[in-house]
Design a protein around this ligand. Sequence first.
Ligand code: SAM
Ligand code: SF4
Length: 350
Amino acid sequence: MPAVNLSLTPRPAAVAAPEEGALVDRFGRVHRDLRISLTDRCSLRCTYCMPEQGNEWLARNGILTADEIERVATIAAAAGITTFRLTGGEPLLRTDLIDIVARLARIAGPAGPVEIAMTTNGIRLGEKLPALIDAGLSRLNISIDTLDRERFHALTRRDRLDDVRAGIAAAAASGLRPLKLNAVAMRGVNDDELVDLVEFALAHDAQMRFIEQMPLDAGHTWDRNTMVTREEILAALATRWDIEPVPARGGAPAERFVLDGGPATVGVIASVTAPFCGDCDRLRLTADGQLRNCLFSLDEYDLLPVLRSGQGDDAVEAILRSCVHGKLPGHAIDDPSFLQPARGMNAIGG
Ligand code: SAM
Ligand code: SF4
């Protein structure tokens, strides 16, 4: 008998997706967060995300336009989505980014105006930040895995650490708070820098968040046995600070810990060793118009033909609801039969 992979378990056909109300899945999870990937292209080539060369880029005519993104977002907000997080690839590479932010910021749902957040590598952020804030951007997460220039170059295959640091400095000087910095913890790469990264974040009035590396790299080189775990991250931080967990995490992916009694905190996103699927409230829209209900899903729900064939908003909403309805209870990374999604993180949207 073949091994069972939760990601492959077929969706029950008998129960239809609800046609109205909040986006509640079969396990009672209410969906409020839509991650919108604006492009699969990037100014870096992080080893855990993209190949160095030979990436198969999405066809340009298959990328959602600003009009299409706005339409899907409006329908999603009416169904209860309250936060749009722009991501990629690198969202700052999208030339119409400011227009997209302005359009999304005008959307309101039943609970009021939506919130617009962005995850970015920070390169050239300073140039665009004032216009992004004017357009309605309200929160930023910036990724920085190491403070060492040579390590950064080796890890991202680009010599751009100074540009990332400039982006973080610009964000720190802006009024956008909370500001969060993300690092993927990697053995033999940056696992000796975790304390330094937290100090760096604190010096920029930001919260450092460490992410367990997930099997989403284009090269399929991820290894459960060598990844840096939540426990190891916490042990490294405990060499410098007293750390106490913050209760009431809600649907947030990061567990937060108070440093030396506060107010400073650090976050740990332990998708592999302490999955938080039970409270997941996230959906994803890829740059080419595929809805995904999980980072690790093998299923995608294709909006593009609906958006480009003159069908009404009801048809878009039906696919959105069907995507929520099809969500599985968990991602099963630790199951021996786990299958990595075909797309890398840059094309899924982190
Ligand atoms: N380019 C932007 C950036 O790097 O912040 C946005 C897109 S990136 C895919 C979003 C986040 O996903 C980043 O914080 C990145 O570190 C994280 N990420 C990418 N691949 C990952 C992996 N295999 N495991 C864990 N996190 C990953
Ligand atoms: Fe680009 Fe972000 Fe992927 Fe790094 S993690 S290659 S910055 S999309």
